[in-house]
Design a protein around this ligand. Sequence first.
Ligand code: EPZ
Length: 416
Amino acid sequence: MSRLIVEGGRPLRGSVEISGAKNSALAIVVAAALATEGECVLDNIPRGSDVATICQILQDLGAEVWYDDQDRLHVKGQNLHKHQASYDLVRRMRASFYSAGLLLARLGRAEVPLPGGCAIGSRPVDYHIKGFSQLGADVTIEHGYMKAEAGRLKGSHIYINRASVGTTINLMIAASLAEGTTVLENAAKEPEVVDLAIFLNGMGAKVRGAGTDSIRIEGVETLRGIEYSIIPDRIEAGTFMLAAAITGGDIVLKSVVAEHLRVPIVKLEEAGVTITRGDNELHVVAPNRLQAVDVETLPYPGFPTDLQQPFVAAMCVAEGTSVIRETIFDRFRYVDELRRMGADIKTEQNTAIVRGVPQLTGAPVEITDLRAGAALAIAALAAQGRTELYGVEILDRGYEFFEDKLRQLGAQIYRE
Ligand code: EPZ
């Protein structure tokens, strides 16, 4: 089990290149296998273990997936022929359930293991399954698998009970090749949903309204491969902004879309951080000490749940008390680890009350989930002394070259 060692107390300085969005890559790599003509060539795909897993799943199902010497990912879906996804692969990562939408669209049937819960709570896929049934699939749940038979899916008017990113993405993938028109009401509006829609339309799909809460998909007969570059990762960008904020740093983020970070920018400015927008760049200058700020996580365009944990870490050393309400998941387990570094945090149901302390101290800590790892790394960068982060392979799921990028910004961080 490798670990990250951090000597805290150094302000971050310099510029950092933001990678492609993990949550866009996972959707678009699966959607690329919908094409039965040509192949997709995908650029700006981040190298992380989650992306590697989704590529393995596609290969297991019969698609051809490979990187070329310019680090672009090729996906050729013609030979997709296996309708059962392997438990050993699916169990590693929840977004593997997107393979259900792909298999129903391409093969008319799917046998996919139900993803279990994870460290941020039980994450059911009941909305996905209800949507597949409404698209005409005959769905049964047995032995931990979803089994669905459909022949060709038929367009339908679907209301998604909560603005669910995964459900919106899975049903967009399934409906693209359905017969007739599908409408997704109360759809998620995340940038990753919009990125997927633009990609699908480039392949010949007819998706309208992505980015609003009503998406209309007119099914087509076939989709063809295209070249495409995915959007930058707004959550990685927010993570680095918070790392600069907590360390009194001064950094430039390159290859970012400021519009995707509108609310996190507002909240960081309230905390005293100066943020200047450049051309696909953000210049982030931290104050000597952050001011406490209240946050409530909401579906996009609200404050993203994936930045809740890094934000709480930054608030641990702010002046004053901040109240953080988490409305999407159950993701406060990492608070126990922050307390071991001297944080003063009380949690009641889905709310954390963070009383700022002058300084955190380094400690050995356990990474429980991807964004908890980001939060603990941020705390370690500002803590007095040495922090050892165990379970760093969890960070590798969604942050490309994480410690290398931090080291380039002057952090004393290395992997053992
Ligand atoms: C996606 O997860 C992201 N993952 C998550 O990022 C992100 O936190 C989340 O969206 C919210 O933005 C990927 O894109 C791979 P949801 P997803 O469906 O799709 C409930 C990260 O760190 N729900 O929008 O699983 C659900 O329990 C990860 O990169 C149902 O009840 O999230 C939650 O309370 C963590 N039934 C709410 O909806 C369903 O069938 C929103 O979940 C589906 C969802």
